[in-house]
Design a protein around this ligand. Sequence first.
Ligand code: 8DG
Ligand code: MG
Length: 308
Amino acid sequence: MHVVAAVLRDARGRILLARRTAGRDLAGAWEFPGGKVEPGESPREALDRELHEELGIRVLDAVPLVAVPQAYPDKRIVLDVYTVDSYDGTPRGRERQALAWSPLDKLRGYPMPPADRPVVSVLTRPPRYLISPESLQPAAWLAQLDKALAAGARRVQLRARGMGAQALANLAMDARTRCHAAGAELLVNGEAGLAADLGLGLHLPARQLMALSARPLPEGQTVAASCHDADELAQAEVLGLDFAVLGPVRATESHPGAPAMGWEHFSRLREAVSLPIYALGGLRPADVATARRHGGQGVAGIRAFWPK
Ligand SMILES: Nc1nc2c([nH]c(=O)n2[C@H]2C[C@H](O)[C@@H](COP(=O)(O)OP(=O)(O)OP(=O)(O)O)O2)c(=O)[nH]1
Ligand SMILES: [Mg+2]
């Protein structure tokens, strides 16, 4: 089932939510206004029709944001979301549904269907996740980090296997200062104790993810994981992690011989969970749009993402 929905903003940047009325599936949940594409309609025609029927507005321009494949107990949908920045009229609930204008940072407070979680994440979290190469010396690494932050990186993973504990802690503290000054989030790979001590995010390698029985840090301190298959994604979702990285989508030099899953399989794995997922493996920073067409948050990467 193909469903189109809209992100509509008011002059203050708040986003319009509509409440699903009693007697329908997911009744009471808040959603982005929209509905099913009917036979013979294009997605854009369906969006125009739905927003006219439900809100009484006329869409002037709509840009694709993200298309989330999601499996529900009784059906599979693709929630195809458009940003509608230009429209005629004032939205009114024409089908007796309640409407609410939510500031971006309050969206998470509204109970929404599972397919909407990745959409809210796309609206509020960075499109790219920069994973550091392991081999650099600390001074060179920090210089590269400065460049990456200046170029707009807002989510960064420090991964330095084999570095001594004290050296890693020092590097993490320096990186934290720089990331926080830039408004960026820093996660350390595999070091839960260090993350807890320094108030950093934690990125779990798949092996650590599968060995855990509970979320290792409290809510509010980001925890992410590297996933490669349905079982690992399911575990990340059950533990209540904040996001996952899934790949390799394409063949990559860093993991020669690892079979590439391709975008279709990425989508297929994504639909069983609702946590936000970055695509990884042989991708470039410019692949964000492709990732989002397949339900991804965006793209993660090492070499192609780290400034030269
Ligand atoms: N419009 C919308 N539907 C969503 C969202 N998230 C989500 O899981 N869905 C699901 C709920 C429904 O199963 C399906 C949309 O179908 P619907 O029944 O609302 O479609 P419609 O507006 O054409 O309504 P109807 O006339 O058939 O009752 O997609 C969302 O944010 N917006
Ligand atoms: Mg609808």
